[in-house]
Write a protein that binds this ligand. Structure first.
Ligand SMILES: Nc1ncnc2c1ncn2[C@@H]1O[C@H](COP(=O)(O)OP(=O)(O)O)[C@@H](O)[C@H]1O
Ligand SMILES: O=P(O)(O)O[C@H]1O[C@H](CO)[C@@H](O[C@H]2O[C@H](CO)[C@@H](O)[C@H](O)[C@H]2O)[C@H](O)[C@H]1O
Length: 453
């Protein structure tokens, strides 16, 4: 059912299924970087909610129906919900050419051009204005930290990074992340930083304002946080160090400390709740491996070797208790500002259901994610630098141990199983999103299957 508020009837009718605007969006949506279902055809586009944010700018939630072939991992979702902000104008300014979605050819809006409003500085400014004034608009609720007063008139710029979502930076003071693929429930990228701020954890920028929808279901739509203007992300810094032949161990050690700080604060801030894998971690890892091998034939010869890592997990010490974790920790998710590391993007692995990402997991999952990331970095240059990655791994684990009180290096079987599981995830991620990168996780798969670590 479509929720319309407040909207002229002519606009609403133009969005009916099969209408000319829907036809434009069907062409445009699958081409966006953040469109998650690129490997399956779009079978349907349906409006779930539509709100006029201000004249000429519509907020939409659309259902993108997709068909998919069932695999041993289950049947893929029948589609996803996406958040769109559309501008409607009679004449699109030439500087917005890149934002153009199309021109409506017939119906009540014939002659109007439609564009991605998030690429329009004027719309971005009005959106911040909206966030400065908490309240509701149709199904949309704008909320903020009452102790923070947001300044008016900050100049917006769109972040050009390759992203799963869309981010706008305002006056180098704040960054607004607008989630594109919307799943029901509180997004952990709001929930976790708010909880960590409550614990006084300074490693994560604390949200100052956010907006959500109540229709068709409760869901987080966007989060505004302080922007760290002079920060560089860990991936860029690691590649720089490699290019200059520099050591990265003191950064890696500090990063290990930062990870442990965040884990300790998370354990204190959020109740662990049920364990995502409910005592069947090895079985769940084996199922993920089988599902990935179904999609990526190159994995198949390694399945027996990799499975031994999961079998050993079933009989080894289970390690630290499950708790809320980051869920997709890698060098691109950490920012260094001055001498400090900050952690961002608590959404977890984008392909997992949001409800599952909010359950408790072993903190070793995050550690393994970062260890894999050192390997990714070391493989960006030829000849590749396994020694560089090995030293970073050692230093990272040493830093983690110094803060957390237990040493990941002493949990060899556990680490091997989680690294294997992460490498399997990466194989699937790269096969779907960046096939040219597939050799990077495949090299790790070979090492883990043949040599066991
Ligand atoms: N608080 C921040 N300060 C500075 N830069 C940030 C901040 N948050 C995010 N960024 C930048 O935005 C990029 C994308 O943010 P991220 O949360 O990872 O988005 P996505 O989920 O879309 O990948 C990061 O790689 C980083 O460069
Ligand atoms: O940052 P996202 O939440 O979008 O994470 C996804 O994309 C990442 C790539 O952008 C991907 O990370 C993989 O590649 C990184 C280098 O680009 C590397 O540092 C990571 O270790 C590696 O996993 C991530 O897996 C995916 O979820």
């Amino acid at each position: 059912m479509t929720k319309t508020a407040p909207l002229r009837p002519s606009t609403a009718s133009a969005f009916r299924s099969g209408g000319p605007l829907v036809a434009l969006l069907r062409e445009w949506l699958p081409r966006q970087r953040w469109f998650a279902g690129k490997d399956r055809p779009l079978t349907e586009l349906r409006m779930l909610s539509m709100t006029e944010l201000y004249p000429g700018c519509l907020h939409l939630l659309v259902h993108a129906g997709q068909s998919g072939v069932p695999t041993p991992g289950g049947t893929p979702p029948a589609g996803d919900c996406y958040q769109l902000l559309l501008g409607l104008q009679e004449h699109l300014s030439p500087r917005l050419r890149r934002a153009l979605i199309g021109r409506v050819e017939d119906g009540p809006l014939a002659g109007l051009t439609v564009h991605d409003a998030l690429q329009d500085p004027r719309s971005a400014q009005l959106l911040l204005e909206r966030m400065r004034h908490p309240g509701t608009l149709g199904p949309l609720c704008f909320e903020s930290d009452p102790s923070v007063s947001l300044p008016a008139g900050l100049a917006p710029r769109l972040l050009e990074a390759e992203q799963s979502n869309t981010s706008l930076v305002y006056g180098d003071a704040y960054i607004l992340k607008i989630f594109r693929r919307i799943q029901p429930g509180v997004n952990p990228d709001l929930e976790v930083p708010v909880a960590l701020a409550g614990q006084g954890c300074g490693r994560v920028p604390a949200p100052v304002a956010w907006f959500r929808t109540t229709h068709p279901q409760e869901a987080t739509l966007g989060v505004l946080q302080p922007f760290l203007p002079d920060a560089a992300d860990g991936w860029t810094l690691a590649l720089q160090a490699l290019a200059r032949g520099e050591d990265f161990t003191s950064e890696a050690e500090e990063l290990g400390r930062a990870t442990a700080d965040v884990h300790l604060a998370l354990a204190a801030a959020l109740p662990a709740g049920p364990d995502a894998e409910d005592g069947r971690t090895a079985a769940a890892m084996t199922e993920r491996l089988e599902a990935a091998a179904h999609h990526v034939p190159a994995l198949r010869p390694f399945v027996p070797g990799l499975t031994t890592a999961f079998v050993s997990l079933a009989v080894c010490d289970q390690g630290p208790p499950a708790q809320r974790i980051h869920g997709d920790l890698h060098l691109g998710q950490v920012l260094r500002a001055g001498r400090d590391w900050f952690v961002i993007d608590f959404e977890g692995e984008p392909s997992r259901p949001l409800a599952e990402r909010r359950l408790a997991h072993s903190p070793v999952r995050d550690i393994a994610g970062m260890l894999r990331s050192f390997d990714y970095a070391a493989r960006q240059r030829r000849p590749w630098r396994p020694e560089w990655a090995r030293r970073c791994r050692e230093a990272y684990c040493a830093g983690y141990a110094a803060r957390a009180g237990w040493d990941p290096r002493k949990k060899h079987a556990l680490l091997r199983a989680y690294e294997t599981d992460r490498a399997v995830y990466e194989v699937l991620y790269e096969a779907r999103n960046r096939p040219d990168w597939l050799p990077v996780p495949m090299a790790a798969i070979e090492r883990l299957a043949v040599r066991g670590g």
